[in-house]
Design a protein around this ligand. Structure first.
Ligand code: HEM
Length: 720
């Protein structure tokens, strides 16, 4: 254990650790049966179980509290009623300020397992042995929306991971997009002010389709690259489980003997990347604002624990500027062609929180929570973040002791001379709480690189010259990488980006802002500028080819891949209570569920074998839509007009499913339903035939997830 390096003092320190309930890692990252670390076990001792208990006040006496104490049955409530006062007072203070950004989120506990002993690249202990397990907590989020906003708003998504390592907490506070809008932290309040709702009427919620956002974007071209990513499927993922994560900044990894390399962190989803289409995301925002948090919760509850691999790109220190951009510039990513991904381990999220507020809301991630073996770089965005998170958390938690909250406590123990403050939870025994101190025999003792496995700054890190208030000229190019990103998408994905920019900018009312946007887009691509200009009713600028190139990279396209697993995807089986269609639907459901799919049988009303009514169902609820044999009767003629559902609802579900790129299918005679809504039976992602064929087809189709052939691209509708 880490105190062994302090051999002469080890006996004494052993005593100190034993006195601290959170000092013993083995007690806190406890191993469940089977030898695996149990992700939430360490929080068990602060869990409250009310079963079999009397209700008490906050100070512990048993009480009943159905009614307040009054001066006579119909009289005023008495000030004396301490039970009433305490209950109301606690309620009145339930809220803490929501996060100033990333307010909307969902989290889960899990386990990280190192694939190997990576001491050749880092002294970080959690990466120091093959099979070593470390508890983690991850919080996914959107950025701009308030805490109650919809999950499927188009946005960058937060992907913050806390590793409770045996040498302190390590947070990778990252996003699902590898780049950021700005290069210097001093611009962050401006960025956020421009995207948040307008200060006069607080409209619009969780959206950037408005003047101030695009005013800022078009005046600050460093935003272009991240904008392109956000306007693609990365801005509207199918679920948190279907997105990658990135540390965004360049960090350092440092070995035991002080050798360092620059590093980019990556989380690679093992579920595959998948995205919604925009119209579907908009409908979902109204139909189910909790779509993403529900998906994560349900996947974990049903035993489909999602997992990600932790990978790094490593670069020699002297190569920080070797690739035509600066690795300290957070608006650039490091294409895999320059530095391959090296996979270090795997994270599985296998436990939902017990209490949203105590865990997900109170967890306080900081890019400054790093451990021995990891170090910062001089990235000016990262440097600013190191101040901002601690500062904002002091505001949210009203004091400096938030690191003592159960979800924030490190499993490795805390020993220092920080004292007192609001909500102090520890009872410190050391009365000589200062250093140096002879009277306390030098404890807590000071560790360093060689003694006590202390944190150390990368040896040889140097300051970069004279102090100045400017941005390095190596950060100047804003256009090459957005173009690289755009070039690397499929034509339909490119169209999605263009459509998203069209959607957003067509909400902009100021003519000059629109022209500014076109000017910036034109530096990335004249083609993009022209295609957006058409919709805005404006002239596109002449080509501005300074940054034009035809390079492409891999790994940035979402739709151009086959998913490794389709477990937990939702299939809607459209049926009818008339005839024997429900029996057919049941057989179909059984066959699909054998393969891990979640099937919802839809019919006119709830009956045996019906999971949802047509009036409650719509295509956003399903990743694929199948019409069960016999159900063709609710798609046309009199059957389509029923008082039991809004007119034409079954056809609408099938049509939307098709329009939103989902696999659609019909069993046997139900192929008439396809015909009635004008879906070509032999089209890509359309399956018709016997049940076995349909099941096989739908399962193959779900791996493709979105059939992009169905979406038109500019030029498709040109006159012959
Ligand atoms: C100068 C730039 C930035 C500043 C000043 C900043 C500031 C903040 C603040 C104040 C919070 C709220 C924290 C809390 O209340 O606990 C936050 C949350 C967050 N930020 Fe940043 N941020 C910046 C850039 C970034 C970047 C580049 C990323 C991605 C790499 C990022 C990812 C996140 C995430 C994931 C959260 C949510 C953490 C959670 O789930 O609790 N931020 N940021």
């Amino acid at each position: 254990m880490r105190v062994n390096a302090l051999l002469p003092l080890s006996g004494l320190i052993g005593t100190a650790l034993a006195a601290c309930p959170f000092a013993d890692p083995s007690a806190l990252g406890r191993r469940a049966e089977g030898g695996e670390v149990d992700a939430r076990e360490r929080l068990k001792e602060v869990e409250v179980d009310d079963n079999g208990q009397f209700m008490t006040t906050d100070f512990g006496g048993n009480v009943g509290e159905q009614f307040s104490l009054k001066a006579g049955g119909r009289g005023s409530t008495l000030l004396e009623d301490f039970i009433f006062r305490q209950k109301l007072q606690h309620f009145d203070h339930e809220r803490i300020p929501e996060r100033v950004v990333h307010a909307r989120g969902a989290g889960a506990h899990g386990i990280f397992t190192s694939y190997g002993d990576w001491s050749n690249i880092t002294a970080a202990s959690f990466l120091g042995a093959e099979g070593k397990q470390t508890p983690v907590f991850v919080r996914f989020s959107t950025v701009a929306g308030f805490r109650g906003s919809a999950d499927t708003a188009r946005d960058v998504h937060g992907f913050a991971t806390r590793f409770y390592t045996d040498e302190g907490n390590f947070d990778i506070v990252g996003n699902n997009i590898p780049v950021f809008f700005i290069q210097d932290a001093i611009r962050f309040p401006d960025l956020i002010h421009s995207v948040k709702p307008s200060p006069d009427n607080e409209i619009p919620q969780a959206a950037t389709a408005h003047d101030s956002a695009w005013d800022f974007f078009s005046s600050q071209p460093s935003t272009l690259h991240t904008l392109f990513w956000a306007m693609s499927g990365n801005g509207i993922p199918r679920s948190f489980r279907h997105m990658d994560g990135f540390g965004v900044h360049t960090f350092r990894l440092v070995t035991e003997d002080g050798k360092s390399k620059l590093v980019k962190w990556h989380w690679k989803t093992k579920q595959g990347k998948a995205a919604l289409v925009w119209e579907e995301a908009q409908v979902l925002a109204g139909k189910n604002a909790d779509f993403h948090r529900q998906d994560l919760w349900d996947a974990i509850e049903s035993g489909n624990a999602p997992s990600w691999e932790l990978a790094v790109q490593l670069v020699d220190e002297e190569k920080a500027q070797a690739y035509g951009f600066d690795l300290l510039d957070a608006t650039k990513f490091l294409p895999e062609e320059f530095a391959p991904l090296q996979v270090l381990g795997e994270m599985t999220l296998n436990r939902n929180p017990t209490n949203y507020f105590a865990e997900t809301e109170q967890i306080s991630f900081q890019p400054g929570h790093i451990v021995r073996g990891v170090d910062f770089t001089e990235d000016p965005l990262l440097q600013g973040r190191l101040y901002s998170y601690l500062d904002t958390q002091l505001n949210r938690h009203k004091g400096p002791n938030f690191e003592q909250l159960p979800i924030n406590r490190p499993v490795s123990g805390v020993h220092n001379n920080h004292r007192d403050g609001q909500g102090q939870a520890w009872i410190h025994k050391n009365i000589h709480h200062y250093t140096p101190s002879y009277l306390n025999k030098g404890y807590p003792a000071q560790a360093n690189q060689t003694v006590g496995r202390g944190f150390f700054t990368t040896p040889g890190r140097t300051a970069s010259g004279l102090l100045n208030r400017e941005l390095s000229a190596t950060f100047d190019d804003y256009y090459t990488q957005p173009r690289l990103f755009f070039n690397s998408l499929t034509p339909v994905e490119q169209q999605f980006v263009i459509n998203a920019i069209r959607f957003e900018t067509s909400h902009v009312t100021n003519e000059q802002v629109k022209k500014n946007v076109l000017e910036q887009l034109n530096k990335v691509s004249n083609d993009v500028a022209k295609r957006v200009a058409v919709v805005l009713g404006l002239e596109a600028p002449q080509p501005d080819p300074t940054y034009y190139h035809n390079n492409v990279t891999r790994g940035v396209s979402i739709f151009n891949q086959t998913l490794p697993t389709i477990a937990t995807f939702r299939v809607g089986v459209l049926s009818t209570t008339k005839g024997d269609s429900l029996d057919k639907a049941k057989a179909l459901k059984e066959q699909l569920e054998k393969d891990g799919l979640k099937v919802t049988v839809v019919a006119e009303f709830l009956a045996q074998g019906v999971d949802q009514t047509y009036s409650a169902a719509d295509a956003t609820g399903f990743d694929a839509v199948v019409v069960a044999e016999g159900a063709e009767r609710v798609f046309s003629g009199k059957g389509a007009m029923s008082p039991l559902f809004p007119a034409g609802r079954p056809s609408q579900i099938l049509t939307d499913g098709y329009r939103w790129g989902k696999p659609v299918a019909a069993v046997g005679s139900a192929k008439e339903a396809l015909k009635s809504v004008g879906v070509e039976e032999k089209g890509a992602g359309v399956y018709a035939g016997a049940q076995d064929e349909v099941v096989k087809g739908v399962e193959e189709g779900l791996k493709v997830f979105k059939f992009l052939e169905r979406f038109s691209v500019d030029g498709d509708d040109d006159e012959e």
